[in-house]
Design a protein around this ligand. Sequence first.
Ligand SMILES: [Zn+2]
Length: 372
Amino acid sequence: MATRQEAREAREAKLDELHQRLTGAVERLVSGPDWARALAFAARFRARSFSNTLLIWEQHQGAFEQGRVPEPFPSYVAGYKQWQALGRQVEKGQPGYQILAPVTGRFASANPADAESWRRLGKGEKPRAGEVVRSKMVGVRPAYVWDASQTTGDPIPEPPAPRLLEGESPAGLWDGLAAQIEERGFAVLRVPHEGLIHGANGMTDYTANTVAVRENMDRAAQVKTLAHELGHVLLHGHDQDEARQHRGIGEVEAESVALMVGAAHGMDTRSYTIPYVSTWAARVDGKDPVEVVKATGEQVRKTALAILDQLDTAQIGDGTPPGLERDTTRRAAPAHVRPVPAAEPAPSRRVASLPEPGARPVPVPAFEGRGL
Ligand SMILES: [Zn+2]
């Protein structure tokens, strides 16, 4: 008979294996053709100034209120001709959003170091021999852009979006996770819908000391979200600057913990976790997403183990956790998936946390907020 210590070691080994599978799955997703197509597409959209981003948001919101666009938040935004170049046409009757485009002039000088020597070139005018030419912004002019939802044509490549789990929650899991959150001084709240928590599935608020989960999704999705928030409670703290800086890593960690806790209870969270983790890992500046996921392995395993140790739920004690296995027969609580509209964060958060709507590297998944 296995001793307690042996059982623990066996579980640790399984969690390690699970994390390796997650890393492999992220690697396959981010190196696959869908991801590459989505990145290449996103790269065609230029970054815009902060004020233009606000102009786009505001006008898109207005269009949404008038029923001209289906979603309250803009996705890809581009000019009329740029959409044509991407194989899409602006629909008739869709007025564009007015922004301020920079106007640049060409300047020439034979003595670039002398600021006085620069002269503006006329349209089509060529510099004289020996002159250097530079472009400089000389003003702004109104220009119009359209959101992708105001255009039709060639499909827009998107990587797979996270899909909410469907079905029941494993017996006792919600209560066990909630007890651990409450032990750390946080109140657990169930809120009727995502509108109350910035469009997220769940949110940890380190100021109010609350963890909120929306109720208008299946129990399996709710309990998976609660495990994600418990990951935040255990791993991430009040330091907002740090939290902002490491948002991507924090989300990777919290969701990986949720995957492990779910797997130990026979839940297959892949269809949500893999796109979610991949997307956030890809948003960590200057790092390869696969390396980001790998680097969190130790922390995630320790945290998942600590959570599982304290639960008195029926867990899968031996065999392979089904989390990242195909065709497993061990699904105690089958968690099927269905596509759902992505729960998007509220505009204020998006403006604060994203470079700008048209320039995001990959579409933002439905996310569990952190109450930043
Ligand atoms: Zn989160």
